[in-house]
Design a protein around this ligand. Sequence first.
Ligand SMILES: [Zn+2]
Length: 501
Amino acid sequence: MNQEFNNMLNEFKAYLKDIEYLNSTSAVLYWDMRVCIPKKAIPYRGEILGYLSGEQYKLQTSDKMKEFIEYFSACDELDDVTKSMVENAKKEYDQTMKIPEYRYKEYVIATSNAEAAWEDAKEKSDFAIFKPHLQKVIDFNKEFIEYWGYKDSKYDTLLDFYEPGITTEKLDVLFGELRDAIVNLLDKIQNSDVKIDVSPFNKSFSKESQDEFGKFVLQKMGFDFNAGRVDESVHPFTINFDNKDVRITTHYYENEFRSALFSSIHEGGHAIYEQDVPDSLKGTLLASGASMGIHESQSRFYENIIGRSKAFWTCFFPEVQKRFPQFKDVCFEDFYKGINVVNSSLIRTESDELTYSLHIIIRYELEKAIINGDVNVDDLPDMWNEKYKEYLGVEPKSDAEGILQDMHWSGGSFGYFPSYALGNLYGAQFLNAMKKDIPDLYENIKNGNLNVIHLWLKDNIHQYGKVYKPEELIKKVTGDTLSSKYFIDYLNNKYSEIYNL
Ligand SMILES: [Zn+2]
């Protein structure tokens, strides 16, 4: 490459680094706001975060940015990293520039009002409070899709923001197969003679002992405590300032052993991914996970596929018994079944590994109908409840335990939900590839050598950051396009054994 190209590339990276600095600064302030801010400081903090995002917006939409994008888009034979860096910057630029600025500002206000209305509506369990705001947010999304453009399905445009390359056409097949398989398995489980006792998990467990054990497990998984922290917040989350400072939070319940532990393992999966992203990707906007779905594949892989496996607890159960006398009379089998118990429930965030995807598929089907069709917002609570009855056999008695349970729609995040179930599909397909590469995988896990998992994920997935699109990555790692087969086989095998089917 010639000198001019190299100079331009260095300049572009320095420019993108400024955007990353703003990102990191906002992230630190946001983390602080979620974890330890005094209540009275919240409004001013919101102002600062608003200011920083405005500065970021200016950099992302400047003439300078346009110049960089035009220059590099005209270059042939870019390496993978530069190519992806330019594509990503262009995508974000187009996404922002196609919306008239005044409409975008109105949208920000509309979602902020909708979030407040949602909170109020949820507390009072009254959909009517949220309804006009939801309608507004939906109308904005539909209007924006017209600006952004679409091919076959309007909803695809939204899906693509979270999971590049995924379409309604693909999801209809993948989720249709998954839904039928889970509904079938759930039906058999509900008719099974196996009854699982979860009462030992609901004894009293001090916050300190849960915290210590959670950190012990995270350490074994490969979470680097010199490049991250664990704190407490109402809703667990992961946030990264850069790969040397990735923070997770959890929430402790003293009468429930599983909740904080599995959410730590889940967030730990996200965090290890971010810690493994190489320094070389700084200044490219690619120093993060490939997509929301791939990110969820890492967290769910650790939480469920590894964290709820027999091999994992063969290693950790003795430690549990040592630390928690509450389990001294519980046998291994019962403990294992207790962490894998299946219950048709109403609330997504409290659901088990098997039924979780059904909660997502319901939201996917509704979002598709809302964005592509002409659903009357008045009908949404009933549509929601009917699907819960049909797929899970349970019916919400109130809006709060039905349509109002998630905040995603109030913030305008239509198209986000599928990422969670896609994470399950990716995860099982990765497992299949991992087992081929590491034939004694489960022996390693039993012996507490979780490092083999970490290294494999780092080599095959984490080291690439956001360089490859999800469909490129899954092909590169597993040699196959995304399929529901691996996850369905995994679920059938696991739950047939647990429930004696
Ligand atoms: Zn997650």
